[in-house]
Design a binder for this molecule. Structure first.
Ligand code: HEC
Length: 199
């Protein structure tokens, strides 16, 4: 009986989360919540933060590849990525992070609402529609802004592409640092994940 009750509670709360989200963001209402000129100031500000986050991360990545080589960059990336996320969160007082359904670092696993947005984006892409930054209200009345991250070139594929085409030493290093890695087998232009800001 107790077990059934817990199950019912789980189903009911699970459903309400989904339904509330569907009300705030769904495939059809997507356009309404796209970040644009009319979005609240703070929402627009997060997009600027994503830009800076991306720029600094790319610079660190490129510098490290140049100075330490591709293989060593993995352990550097492991430190630098979360450090930069923390730095931008502290500076702005807005929690900023990256997520992916096929994550390399299990800490970057999406929440239920973030996963829903990823699914909406994937459907839009397969329907030939464009995707861009969106925002919505979470169950606990916070605002989340999400911007898609795509595989944008050969650089990304070197570490997230088909394992057969990747440097074997690099692959070994990835497996060592991230035994649960799911972030391979991507193709050019594929949706890789998202920047998320929560406030
Ligand atoms: C040198 C190898 C390397 C290159 C090149 C690289 N990445 Fe990554 N990527 C990593 C590592 C390592 C992580 C895990 C970082 C961590 O621990 O937070 C990661 C994590 C990510 C994440 C966070 C989600 C997750 O899977 O944990 C995204 C999104 C991402 N990469 C996208 C990209 C994109 C887009 C490019 C190309 C612009 C790119 N990466 C290039 C190694 C690389």
């Amino acid at each position: 009986m107790k077990k059934i009750l817990i199950l019912i509670i789980l189903i009911v709360t699970g459903c309400s989360t989904e339904q509330k989200l569907k009300k705030t963001i769904s495939y059809d209402s997507y356009e309404e919540y796209e970040v644009n000129q009319n979005s609240p100031e703070k929402v627009k500000m997060t997009v600027q933060i994503f830009d800076n986050f991306f720029k600094e991360l790319s610079n660190e990545l490129l510098n490290s590849i140049k100075n330490q080589g591709l293989v060593k960059t993995i352990s550097i990336c492991k430190k630098v990525s979360p450090n930069l996320a923390e730095k931008f969160s502290k500076e702005s007082n807005i929690r900023v992070y990256r997520i992916s359904d096929k994550n390399r670092n299990p800490m970057n696993k999406p929440s239920i609402d973030e996963q829903m947005v990823l699914e909406i984006w994937k459907k839009r892409v397969s329907d030939g529609k464009k995707i861009s930054a969106v925002y919505f209200t979470t169950d606990d009345n916070k605002t989340k802004v999400m911007r898609p991250i795509k595989i944008m070139g050969d650089l990304c594929l070197q570490c997230h592409g088909e394992p057969e085409k990747m440097n074997p030493e690099l692959l070994k290093e990835i497996k060592k640092e991230y035994p649960e890695d799911k972030a391979i087998n991507y193709k050019l232009d594929e949706l890789r994940g998202a920047f998320v800001a929560e406030f």
